[in-house]
Design a protein around this ligand. Structure first.
Ligand code: FMN
Length: 246
């Protein structure tokens, strides 16, 4: 893969890794790709915690509900929404950080985390490595906070398993491009038909790759969104000093 475009359009989440270590210089380049990323109001409200320790990766795999690829891949990176640094910068001149009490801060911080995640994923894949993002760490955010020794006004938003691919994944189909890109204004026409066709395409995709348990998109998304699937996030955010009512 040469161009940035090739790297991005060939994305797939890998869940089969060898135990081969990730080259230290490659990891440094990967991390630098996110270090230079933009952040809202230059708040620099993102930190990465790199977990190499095998026992800690086993713990993260369990926290995420039993995801064995986390323990197998040699590197796990946690993307932290981090308002501790700005709080300390303000304390240095005798001012108090208030913004952490607002939903806006969580939206802005999660956006910055997403930008960093995207950069790291692209850089890792450009290095010939495989990746899978892990939102499953929010299944027990408090356990991640303790494991990583995260200070107040920080929150582990998402993780990323990085390693050499063993058995490559299959590219997963998407809804048609017309449901993704809108011209001037958002349009809903045709969505019902597009979803019906995509449901069929997903069932055929799972059959083609030998996954007899494969569901349509309507079914698989229902599996998550029929409930609040990580209900402990709010209490962990509040405990860390974030707010949800402003
Ligand atoms: C923020 C985020 C969190 C995710 N969390 C998990 C996870 O916990 N475990 C997992 O196996 N995949 C996870 N994924 C991967 C998605 O399941 C995957 O992107 C989606 O099924 C589309 O497949 P693809 O990435 O192979 O195209 C996550 C992806 C994102 C962007």
């Amino acid at each position: 893969m040469n161009s940035v475009f090739d790297v991005l359009t060939a994305h797939k989440s890998e869940r089969s890794f060898t135990e081969q270590p990730v080259d230290a210089a490659a990891l440094e380049r990967i991390v630098l790709s996110a270090y230079r990323a933009p952040t809202s109001v230059n708040s620099q409200q993102v930190s990465l915690v790199i977990t190499r320790n095998a026992q800690a990766r086993e713990k993260i795999a369990a926290i995420a509900g039993g995801q064995p690829w986390i323990a197998k891949a040699p590197i796990f990176i946690t993307f932290v929404l981090d308002m501790y640094k700005s709080r300390q910068a303000m304390a240095a001149i005798g001012r108090e950080q208030i913004a952490n009490q607002s939903i806006e801060s969580i939206v802005a911080g999660a956006t910055d985390v997403g930008i960093a995640l995207g950069s790291v994923m692209a850089a890792a894949r450009a290095e010939g490595l495989g990746i899978v993002p892990i939102g499953g760490i929010r299944r027990d955010s408090q356990a991640m906070i303790s494991l990583l020794n995260l200070p107040e006004q920080t929150f582990p938003v998402v993780g990323l398993a990085v390693g050499h691919v063993d058995v490559p994944a299959h590219a997963k189909p998407r809804l048609p491009l017309s449901t993704f890109v809108h011209d001037e204004q958002y349009h809903t026409e045709g969505l019902e038909e597009n979803i019906a066709a995509y449901n069929q395409e997903m069932v055929e995709h799972w059959q083609a790759i030998g996954r007899s348990d494969g569901e349509s998109w309507s079914e698989s998304v229902s599996g998550y969104y029929q409930k609040i699937y990580f209900p402990d996030v709010l209490s962990a955010l509040l405990k860390q000093g974030f707010g949800n009512d402003k």
